[in-house]
Design a protein around this ligand. Sequence first.
Ligand SMILES: *Cc1c(COP(=O)(O)O)cnc(C)c1O
Length: 416
Amino acid sequence: MDYKETLDFALYLDAKDELKGYRNQFHIPLQRNGEEHIYMCGNSLGLQPKITKDFLNQELDDWATFGVEGHFQAKNPWMPYHEFLTESYARIVGAKQSEVVAMNTLTVNLHLMMVSFYRPTAKKHKIIIEEDAFPSDIYAVESQIEHHGFSAASSLIKLKSRDGESSIRTEDIAEIIAKDEGEIALIMLGGVNYYTGQVFDFERITKIAHSKGINVGFDLAHAAGNIKLELHEWGVDFAVWCSYKYLNSGPGSVAGAFIHEKHHHSNLPRFAGWWGHNKEDRFKMPDSFLPINTAEGWQLSNPPILSLAAIRASLSIFDEVGMDKLLDKSKELTGYLLFLLSTINSERISIITPKERGCQLSIRVENGNKKLFGSITEKGVIADWRDPDVIRIAPVPLYNSFEDVFKFYTILKDAL
Ligand SMILES: *Cc1c(COP(=O)(O)O)cnc(C)c1O
């Protein structure tokens, strides 16, 4: 399509957008002057669907009405409540229903997965991660390495991009793996790198890693609800994601985990808790742990129902729209933003996000001049700044419009 850098053209794209009605189903935060913010921060905290309140109220009402009996008597009984999310979660990450479970929070799940999938030996003890991974993920893998008596200095391999490039090439990962002499135990990458927005080649990386007996896990914090995922097909061993970014389930809400079915009957070590125990006799409280033979077998606790209710509310919208339509719009929206940015003639900004991406664009600001970010914030843009020099922008197909994208562009251009 021939894009134009005019408001009329943005409005024309909005008019023919099949998903335009969904914006109205979300609360868009207002500026002090009463106008809507240009919210480009769904990669950090997704907006609140208007129906979320009803889903929460249902559980509050049932708790008031039934007390503990709500585990069975509630309209949506709390005992199996996490199961109500399984089908939608499986669709979002491309998994079988037996392979996903809603539980805990992301970093907790990452640790639980490493308990099972990072089993270092004196020879095979190394983990590969991106150098610019989300710091929390680095803390998590380093602490696992140390927990097993190794040191990050000798056991952690950090993937770097080549000089002058900002994304990591799959061929460079392949080369590290090819040269491995049985020392790498695990590859754990952000499926979409949080900083650059790069999408990794899940399938190829998994395949080459497996050919060397290396386990592969992905952190999907920036991938779930943002890109097309086929975790089962790709044979990924495990994955974890949070639900409060693209999945719009509210701050700190319950996360998700994927464990490939090929591991369900294995006797991988795991940390156990009663919610992972065989459902038939969980309440007989037997002394020995008998895990459920699905991803549910990795659960520890009975989950926070209010948080699960918020996820259900949000996922009902994803179910209605479907990832395919969402991705079509996502490409258009980010494509239009990319076009608009390309018309700005300024040495002061450059895009570091490669074409393998979801909806996020990372804009590098020359000399890490944070004033630019300050001035767009003042004009009503909510985005985020990441040191040393990047503004991350995420036009989210469910609730952002082409008009948002156009307004963002105008504000940025003026600020420059
Ligand atoms: C958002 C994010 C997290 C956050 O972890 P929590 O356990 O949910 O606090 C971790 N890793 C990545 C890559 C993220 O983007």
